[in-house]
Design a binder for this molecule. Structure first.
Ligand code: FBP
Length: 272
C-alpha cells in the first residue's frame, strides 16, 4: 500500500521529538571540528555552555560530534534530543572536499541519539564515496528508528556557486533520494527559488544553516524569508552561541520559526 503519510511510517518517536508539528530548531555545535577554535571564545568553547543554551532555550535537538555527546550530553540525556554527526573534516581542505565516516550509527544509538548527521559535498570529485556512506547510514539509522540528517553542501571543482538555486535543489534531491529525513542547506535569499528547493526535497524536511554571525535583525530576516520558502526550521550555530544574549535571540528566532512572527516584530520584542 502506498504510504500517503507526510512523515515516515517508522522513526515516529524520533520524528516527533525533533520535528514536533513538522518544525524544528536545532542547535549545531560541530564548528570546533569544521572550522577550529577560532570560532569560539573563552565561554562558548565549553560544550557545557552550549548544552545549557540548548536546554534553557528548549531546542528540539543538539547536533554534535560523538566526543561532545559522550562527555557533555549525558547529563541532558532525557531533556535535549541528540543528533550525532558521523563525519567531519577540517577547514584546511575546501577545494575538493571529502568527509568520511568516523563514527558508527550503532555508537550514536548507544549514546541515546534520535538522529545521525552526515555532510555530503555535492560536486566534490569524491562525492560517490560520501553517497555510498550516507546511503548505508540511512539504511541502518532507519532500521534503528533514528532520523538521518544530511548536511548538503555543494562544493568542489564542479561547483561554481555553492548557493545557486540549481545547486541547492540538486543537493536537496540527492539527499532525499539517498534516504535523508532532513536535509540541511544554506539559504540563498531567493524565496521563490528556495520554494523550488523545498519541493525538490519532497518529504525530506529542509532545515537551514545559520551561517557566520550577522546582526540580530538581519538574521531574523533570513529566518523569516527561509520560513516563507517552506523550510521546516533551522540548524543554527554561530548566530546563537556567538551572540551576547543567546537565549533572547533564541526566543526571537522561535517567534519567527514556530509562531509566524515577522522579523521586525520579533526584533522589537528582542530590543526590550
Ligand atoms: P552555523 O549556523 O554556525 O553556520 O552552523 C551550521 C553548519 O552547518 C555547521 O553545522 C557546520 O559546522 C558549518 O555550518 C559548516 O559550514 P561551512 O563548511 O560552510 O563552513
Amino acid at each position: 500500500m502506498i504510504n500517503t503519510q507526510k512523515k515516515p511510517a517508522v522513526r515516529t518517536s524520533a520524528y516527533s521529538k525533533v520535528l514536533p508539528k513538522g518544525k524544528t530548531l536545532i542547535l549545531a555545535c560541530d564548528q570546533g571540528f569544521e572550522h577550529g577554535p577560532k570560532d569560539f571564545n573563552i565561554k562558548n568553547i565549553d560544550p557545557d555552555h552550549i548544552m545549557d543554551i540548548a536546554l534553557e532555550g528548549r531546542y528540539n535537538a543538539v547536533a554534535v560530534q560523538a566526543g561532545i555527546a559522550e562527555k557533555y550530553h549525558v547529563a541532558h540525556f532525557r531533556d535535549i534530543p541528540l543528533i550525532v554527526k558521523l563525519n567531519g573534516k577540517t577547514r584546511f581542505d575546501n577545494d575538493d572536499p571529502v568527509s568520511l565516516q568516523h563514527t558508527s550509527v550503532e555508537y550514536a544509538s548507544r549514546l541515546g541519539a534520535s538522529g545521525v548527521g552526515y555532510t555530503i559535498y555535492l560536486g566534490s570529485s569524491r562525492e560517490q564515496e560520501m553517497f555510498v556512506e550516507f546511503g548505508r547510514i540511512c539504511e541502518e539509522a532507519h532500521r534503528k528508528g533514528l532520523l538521518a540528517v544530511c548536511w548538503m553542501y555543494p562544493r568542489g571543482p564542479f561547483i561554481d556557486d555553492e548557493v545557486s538555486t540549481d545547486n541547492l535543489a540538486y543537493g536537496a534531491r540527492v539527499a532525499m533520494e539517498l534516504g535523508a529525513d532532513m536535509v540541511k542547506l544554506k539559504f540563498n535569499g531567493d524565496v521563490e527559488g528556495m520554494k523550488w528547493v523545498v519541493k525538490c526535497a519532497g518529504r525530506a524536511k529542509v532545515v537551514i544553516a545559520g551561517g557566520s554571525k550577522t546582526g540580530d535583525l538581519d538574521f531574523l530576516k533570513l529566518a523569516e524569508a527561509a520560513m516563507k520558502s517552506g523550510a521546516a526550521g533551522f540548524a543554527v550555530g554561530r548566530n546563537v552561541w556567538q551572540n551576547d544574549r543567546p537565549l533572547d535571540l533564541t526566543k526571537a528566532l522561535k517567534d519567527v520559526v514556530f509562531h509566524g512572527k515577522t522579523a521586525d516584530e520579533a526584533f522589537e520584542a528582542l530590543k526590550k
